[in-house]
Design a protein around this ligand. Sequence first.
Ligand SMILES: CC(C)(COP(=O)(O)OP(=O)(O)OC[C@H]1O[C@@H](n2cnc3c(N)ncnc32)[C@H](O)[C@@H]1OP(=O)(O)O)[C@@H](O)C(=O)NCCC(=O)NCCS
Length: 173
Amino acid sequence: MLIRREVAGDVEAIRAVHTAAFASQAPDGGTPVEAGLVDALRAGEGWLPPLSLVACALGGVVVGHVTCTRGTVAGRPALGLGPLGVLPEAQSTGVGTALMHAVLGAADALGEPLVVLLGHVDYYPRFGFVPAARLGVEAPDPSWGAHFQARTLAAYDPALRGAFAYAAAFDEL
Ligand SMILES: CC(C)(COP(=O)(O)OP(=O)(O)OC[C@H]1O[C@@H](n2cnc3c(N)ncnc32)[C@H](O)[C@@H]1OP(=O)(O)O)[C@@H](O)C(=O)NCCC(=O)NCCS
């Protein structure tokens, strides 16, 4: 498996990854919102090309994707991670782990201070995420509780506190 930046020819494969990865979470068996979310994010101002990464199996087939987009904490730059998806047939083989380490390393190298996400409390702590509230970072929806998590990077400043806002495309979910 290789992790690399998204290129123009990956758009349909990325949509297919999220459609399949989130199929079981889609209401009434319809198309999961995550598939269209990536397209909407890519068309928006918060899109950060260096932080849209794909995992390719041997032979070049895209089996996973992750992206971080521009968000803010009290108006200061931070990152929102998501969606993260892996094709069902490739899950539990380390693809998600590789994508997470790669995107966090890339964000750190770019000098970003903080990454937040809404996700499972059993999965993300292994990548250094803690409940965002512990850092004084507030979720857009208070009901998210401990599922709203944050990971500090080298450029983190403890004064980065307050309400987190995702890239605009997330508001259309
Ligand atoms: C969640 C997901 C990205 C993980 O990727 P993956 O390639 O399957 O994960 P890895 O092989 O790197 O890691 C496997 C570990 O993740 C755990 N895991 C996988 N999905 C999980 C989930 N939804 N919640 C909690 N833990 C999960 C496995 O139990 C396993 O744990 P272990 O190492 O302690 O045995 C992938 O399963 C997926 O696309 N799921 C559907 C979409 C989704 O829910 N995305 C995340 C939204 S928050």
